[in-house]
Design a protein around this ligand. Structure first.
Ligand code: SAM
Length: 215
């Protein structure tokens, strides 16, 4: 699908909106201005691609709202070369943002059809994280530890496995709450015994399923 002047113009306006809503990290805004979000949409829904809203991607799941992607990515403080685990691959858009920031990305998805679809589609666009199928509420121990972990589905509590799979100084960004509203949390692992917790604003995510998610 082509990336026309019209798409680029709409993307610029969307990025301006994110700035007005408080996103300050220039590198996050820059990569989001580069990535053509409309290619993650079916042709019939193209006009929704540059609105600041979540959108269904099938299998009862959504591509997160651009503001949410920008907010979570900003909280992660991504540095080039960071090893990052993303839980909830979905459309692959968030993974594309992280890869574009120079991170080495491991992404895991619970729903097989979505995993298969995105694993094929995203590398065709030039973004190549490592794809995994399974229950990310347990993390991905085989490739731990990670510098950063981002959870893109709403969790009932913070899964302890995720904290144990972070390096010292590592960051976990995760929405935690009930089925409707979750607070965004940033947990920094100062040491094995000390976790610093910061609480941010409310969001509304689809539920994190699995062993340490919603049953
Ligand atoms: N990051 C995605 C994107 O950029 O499009 C948005 C993801 S969507 C809001 C949440 C995703 O988390 C869904 O695809 C859902 O199937 C997945 N999910 C839910 N529970 C999971 C689990 N335990 N492990 C891995 N993925 C999970």
């Amino acid at each position: 699908m082509e990336d026309s002047y019209k798409h680029k113009g709409m993307r610029r306006r969307l990025i301006q909106k994110l700035r007005e809503k408080g996103i300050m990290d220039q590198s996050v805004l820059q990569v989001m201005e580069q990535i053509p979000r409309h290619v993650f949409f079916e042709k019939a829904f193209l006009e929704h691609a540059y609105q600041d809203k979540a959108f269904p991607i099938g299998h009862g799941q959504t591509i997160s709202q651009p503001f949410t992607v920008a907010f979570q990515t900003e909280l992660l403080k991504v540095k080039a070369g960071d090893k990052i685990l993303e839980i909830g691959t979905g459309s692959g858009y968030q993974a594309a943002v992280l890869v574009s920031l120079g991170a080495k990305v491991y992404t895991i998805e619970y729903q097989k059809p979505l995993y298969l679809k995105t694993k094929e589609f995203l590398p065709e666009l030039g973004y190549s994280p490592f794809f995994f199928y399974g229950d990310g509420s347990k993390g991905l121990a085989a490739h731990a530890p990670y510098d950063k972990i981002i959870v893109t589905a709403g969790a009932p509590t913070v899964p302890t496995a995720l904290l144990s799979q972070l390096v010292e100084g590592g960051i976990l960004v995760i929405p935690v709450g009930d089925n409707e509203v979750q607070k965004m949390l940033r947990l920094t692992k100062i040491s094995n015994k000390k976790i610093e917790k910061e609480v941010f604003t409310d969001f509304s995510f689809v539920p994190l399923k699995g062993e340490s998610g919603w049953k």
